[in-house]
Ligand binder design. Sequence first.
Ligand code: PLP
Length: 378
Amino acid sequence: MIIYLDNSATTKVSDDAAREMMNIMTNEYGNPSSLHSYGLSAEKELKKARLRIASALDADPSEIVFTSCGTESDNLAILGTYGSRMRKGNEIITSKVEHPAVLEACRHLEMLGAKVHYLNVNEKCMIDIEELKACINEKTVLISIMSVNNETGSIMPVREINAVKRDAVFHTDAVQAFGKNDIRANHADMISLSAHKIHGPKGIGALCFSKKTKPLPLLFGGGQEKGLRSGTENLPGIVGFGIAAEYYYRNKESIRSNIAAAKERLLCNIKNSISDIRINSPENGSSAILNVSFMGARSEVILHRLEQSGIMVSSGSACSSGKKGASHVLKAMGLSDKETEGAIRFSFGMYNTVEEMDYTAEKLKEAVEGFRKLGSYR
Ligand code: PLP
C-alpha cells in the first residue's frame, strides 16, 4: 500500500490529462505555428487550454502566457517586470519565506543594482502588512508575495497587498494556491501557476498578467506567446494542464472538502497520540499542508521510516530538502534548531482518504517514539 502525502512537491497526473496528452503526442502532434491542418488543429488545442486556465482565474485568455514551470513564471514576473520598470525605480519588496524561484531571482537582481526588502514573518508564517506599507515608496517597482507558503500552508493577505501596493506591480506566486484556494486574476497584477501541483504534468506553468504590466521576455526567438515566451509550445503539457485545471475547478468543493477532512483527521490523530510536538501550520492556513515538528526526532529518519511503511512525506519543501541546513521558512518563523530538526510536511491531494490518515498516524507514532527511545534508527 502506498499513501502519498507529498502533494505539495508534486502530484500524480490524472488519467484524463494523461490520456489526452498521449493523444496529442501520438496523433495530433502538429506545431501550433504551422499553416497546414495539423498546425491548425494544434492551435485549436492551445486555445482551448488557454481558455480553461483563464476561466479558472476569471481572466481573459489573452492574459495567460504558458511557460515551462512555476519557476519560469516567477522568473518572468520578477526579472521581466524589473527589466520593464527599472527606469522608474530599483526597489523590490518580497518576503523571507518565498520559494527559491522568487528569492534567487531577487538575489540575481540585487547583483544588478536592485534594492530588495525581505519582509519578516511571525511565528505563524505571516507577513505584517504594516511592515510592507512602510517599505513602499516611489522607487518600489515590484512587490512579490506568495499566495500560500509551500512549507507551512500559511495564506498571505493577497487582496490586502493589492489594495495598498500604490504604483508597484504586485506579483503573487500562486503555485500552491491554484485550485486549492480562491485566487482570481484581479487579486494581483501577475500570478504564477504550475500544473504539476494539481494533477497536471510536470514542466508546464503559466503566468497570468494584467495588460498594463507587460514584462520583458526572458527568451527570445520565434515570438510565440505574443513574444513573451519564444519556443515551440509544449502542447501535450499545455493540454494536460488545461484538463487538470478544469477538472479541479469544476469539482473544487468536493476536492477541497476531502482534502480538509484528511488533514483534520491526521492532525487530530497526531495531537491525540504523540506528545511533545509543535504544529507549524497556522490554524487558518491551507487545507492542503500540515507541517509538524516532532521534538527530539530527526525528520530525515522519520521520513525514511515512514517510507518503509509505504508512506511518502517530506522533510520540508522538495526544492530544499536535498540541501543541507534548516528550512529558511521555519528559521524565519523563529523556530529553534530542536524544532526545525524534527519538522515533517504532510501535503494532501485529491486521491487521499481519511482512512489513510489513521494508518499514517499509527506508523508515525511508532517512528517518532522509536527514534526518541533509541536516539536514531541508523
Ligand atoms: N513556487 C512555489 C510556492 C512552489 O511550491 C514551487 C514548487 O514546489 C514552485 C514555485 C516551482 O514550481 P515548478 O516546480 O513548477 O518550477
